[in-house]
Design a protein around this ligand. Structure first.
Ligand code: ATP
Length: 246
């Protein structure tokens, strides 16, 4: 099976003293929906930042290991080039431009990702098809959207870039449970219906295991558990650590 993303024995550190990841290996197969779980500070975001090339902006560096995107070693490739090659990272905190409308946000992403100016709003029909509630809001400044709508827009901005792999950091953070559930359901549909490979980092274990197909658990920068999500859901270990139900 081809891997969209194949991370092998990766060590990452920040500055001189913080070792954030120690020898982690993980894989996102083509068409896979992989979830990365773990407590605060476990190193989840660092995995995504290493893969999407934004570590250097945070004084982080890869000191060992390889990261391959469709078989190609991408360590050291700048993030904008990776984005143009279809490796899109939806960062934690819903990075949208608040003063720009929904459609202007999508247009800016189209331009950044493809160098192509927006032609017409039909360019964004795919995004509106996945997230219908954005369509009536298309002339609204993004700053006036609800948290859930902003998260949808942040994902929509990645979708206009013809992604081959979508990295999503904490999509549910700060959202009402029903809204978080909707967003995960849509990510699940995008994965199933378009075949787009997805890697999500998530603290909401129940949501992530329900929608993902394979999961990894990260603790203190190391992977301590992995398996098909259906198996992980049954594991006492994951229940006691993350659901408080053991
Ligand atoms: P959270 O859910 O809180 O985002 P996380 O699992 O995503 O947690 P990371 O953000 O990857 O964890 O952080 C892993 C470790 O690296 C933590 O100890 C964190 O304090 C440290 N760290 C993260 N970013 C930096 C940075 N820019 N400089 C120094 N240390 C950092």
């Amino acid at each position: 099976m081809t891997a969209t993303l194949d991370i092998s024995t990766l060590d990452v550190s920040y500055g001189d003293s913080v070792q954030a990841l120690s020898g982690i290996s993980l894989m996102v197969p083509e068409g896979g929906f992989t979830v990365l779980l773990g407590a605060n500070g476990a190193g989840k975001s660092t995995v995504l930042k290493a893969a999407s090339g934004i570590l250097p902006f945070e004084n982080g560096r890869i000191s060992r290991g390889t990261i391959r995107f469709f078989g190609e070693d991408i360590a050291g490739v700048p993030s904008h080039q990776l984005a143009q090659r279809g490796l899109l990272h939806v960062r934690e905190g819903r990075h949208v431009f608040p003063a720009m409308t929904v459609e202007e946000n999508l247009a800016a992403a189209t331009f950044a990702l493809s160098g192509r100016k927006r032609r017409a709003s039909r360019d964004f029909d795919d995004v509106y098809a996945w997230f219908p509630q954005l369509k009536p809001r298309r002339t609204t400044p993004a700053g006036f959207l609800s948290g859930g709508e902003q998260q949808m827009l942040a994902i929509g901005r990645a979708l206009v870039g013809a992604p081959r792999l979508l990295l999503v950091d904490e999509a549910s953070l700060g959202l009402a449970p029903l809204v978080a559930r909707d967003i995960f359901a849509i990510l699940g549909r995008i994965n199933r219906e378009s075949g787009l490979a997805i890697l999500v980092v998530e603290q909401n274990v129940t949501l992530a295991l329900r929608h993902g197909s394979y999961g990894y658990v990260l603790e203190n920068g190391a992977i301590t558990l992995e398996g098909p999500t259906a198996t992980l859901m049954d594991r006492e270990a994951i229940s006691s650590r993350y659901l408080g139900t053991a």
